[in-house]
Design a protein around this ligand. Structure first.
Ligand code: HEC
Ligand code: HEC
Ligand code: HEC
Ligand code: HEC
Ligand code: HEC
Length: 349
């Protein structure tokens, strides 16, 4: 019986990923510091956080199909840096992270964000008696913590110029909300972004009204925390319109009106048309530059706007339209519904 119990204890400890001296299992858990090398070690004790993380795009950063295509399966080595990084605390808060050579499939894992150089874990309170020996590190809550990976396209720089920065509403306030709003329940680790259509809907408004000259359309960056869309150059938002007679069968094809996007580096002739959050943004100032203003005015001429018109805002995770399984780099499409998502629509009588 005693032997069986011993095996059980050993099995549990191994399962938890704890290093165990063969003579005394119990002492080893508290006295011998565990080497944290994988997110799977944290799973058993932090089940809820682990499940949220596993469902996040941080967990998929290495296996993400779009990243695979664009990095040629990571033969472009620069891409490894942030998609399979070494711990942020090791390279230093705000510094660009470095690539790791093992367990790359775990992407941006628990270790990337929580492991401290001395082998302990960064948390919100000191708790030396907990098995992972968390230490309070306030840097974890700061925007500069995210900046080591998220300022490549200036999301953090954009935020620093906004009222949210003045009010102390940082990245985690919106992207890691408190579980059930309870300050003692910890923060949600799923970290929704562009893949969450409801979040995208909440970030932006579409308005359309008729006047003598045709239809006046406006798209507005409502969240004003950073540009819309932000961060990833592969995101794009497009405004389309089409005639909207009562009989759906009679509807015409979609006409492209405007694209909101930060062009890739090689697209030198294209200006950035992101909806900036502040006048001082990267492509500002606002004065005389409606192309970067958070409220973008657009027009559909009267000739094109006879009869009821449907105006719609579509959002794409990748700017190109897909043709079957291959990638097609063109904007000349007539049906955005094929692989873009409908964010908002307005019908103007
Ligand atoms: C400095 C850090 C960093 C480097 C280096 C980096 N990325 Fe990323 N990448 C990010 C971050 C942060 C995001 C998330 C931003 C977002 O979703 O808007 C991201 C998102 C992406 C996405 C969108 C994924 C999705 O879910 O749709 C693609 C594609 C991508 N990266 C490709 C690449 C490629 C290709 C390279 C190499 C040329 C690269 N990245 C290098 C930080 C980096
Ligand atoms: C054997 C169980 C066990 C393992 C394995 C474990 N932890 Fe913990 N951890 C705890 C306990 C118990 C606490 C203290 C109670 C709490 O805050 O949940 C804690 C606390 C924490 C805290 C601080 C929570 C706060 O409120 O500040 C963080 C962060 C943390 N763990 C991260 C990790 C990470 C990351 C890993 C894996 C590398 C890990 N833990 C592995 C049991 C464990
Ligand atoms: C992208 C960075 C990042 C990743 C990845 C990450 N965390 Fe966190 N974690 C944070 C931040 C930021 C906080 C919030 C700190 C605060 O509230 O002050 C946090 C808080 C926590 C806490 C405190 C209690 C709670 O639930 O908020 C625990 C425990 C924790 N993380 C464990 C984990 C574990 C386990 C994993 C992997 C499954 C993980 N974290 C992955 C950044 C991360
Ligand atoms: C070590 C690098 C790193 C750090 C630190 C980091 N991230 Fe990320 N984050 C990434 C990468 C890489 C992606 C893109 C993963 C993918 O889709 O391939 C990403 C994606 C995201 C997304 C987009 C999800 C979506 O729907 O596409 C959000 C939101 C996000 N991170 C928020 C945060 C916040 C908030 C922090 C700070 C608490 C943070 N991240 C810290 C690397 C990082
Ligand atoms: C006031 C709330 C708020 C704050 C503060 C905020 N965000 Fe966002 N963020 C959003 C909303 C809403 C979206 C969805 C719209 C979009 O994709 O632009 C978003 C989108 C994102 C995305 C996903 C972009 C993509 O292409 O998938 C990333 C990454 C991101 N934010 C990072 C950050 C970082 C880093 C900070 C801190 C500097 C931050 N956010 C602060 C609300 C906020």
């Amino acid at each position: 019986m005693k032997k069986l119990l011993g095996i059980l204890v050993l099995a549990t400890a191994v399962w938890l990923g704890l290093e165990l001296s063969p003579s005394s299992g119990e002492r080893a858990t508290s006295a011998t510091p565990t080497q944290w090398t994988s997110s799977s070690q944290c799973q058993a004790c932090h089940e809820e956080v682990y499940a949220e993380w596993a469902d996040s795009w941080h967990a998929k950063a290495w296996i993400d199909e779009d990243v695979r295509v664009q990095s040629a399966d990571f033969s472009n080595k620069i891409c490894i840096d942030c998609h399979a990084p070494r711990p942020v605390f090791e390279t230093g808060i705000g510094n660009r992270v470095l690539p790791r050579s093992s367990r790359r499939a775990e992407g941006v894992d628990c270790i990337s964000c929580h492991l401290l150089p001395d082998g302990t874990i960064a948390g919100t309170i000191d708790n030396p008696s907990a098995p992972c020996r968390p230490v309070a590190r306030r840097e974890l809550q700061r925007v500069d913590f995210c900046a080591g990976c998220h300022d490549q396209h200036k999301t953090v720089t954009q935020w620093k110029l906004t009222d949210h920065a003045t009010n102390g509403t940082g990245c985690i306030e919106c992207h890691m909300p408190l579980r059930e709003g309870d300050p003692n329940a910890g923060r949600y680790h799923q970290m929704a972004g562009g893949h969450d259509l409801e979040l995208v809907r909440s970030a932006v408004a579409l308005r359309a009204t008729r006047d003598e000259a045709g239809i006046a359309v406006e798209v507005e960056n409502l969240m004003r925390a950073h540009s819309f869309p932000t961060d990833e150059r592969s995101r794009a938002a497009d405004v389309f319109y089409r005639s909207a007679p009562e009989d759906p069968e009679q509807r015409g094809g979609w006409t492209h009106l405007h694209r909101i996007r930060d062009p890739y580096r090689h697209e030198v002739d294209q200006p950035s048309t992101l909806l900036q959050a502040t006048p001082e943004g990267p492509d500002g100032p606002w004065e005389n530059n409606t192309e970067v203003h958070p409220v973008r005015p657009l027009r559909i001429a009267a000739e094109a706007a006879a009869g009821p018109i449907e105006v719609a805002l579509f959002y794409k995770l990748a700017p190109y339209y897909r043709d079957g399984e291959t990638v097609l780099v063109t904007e000349e499409v007539t049906d955005p519904l094929i692989d873009a998502q409908l964010v908002h629509r307005v019908v103007v009588p």
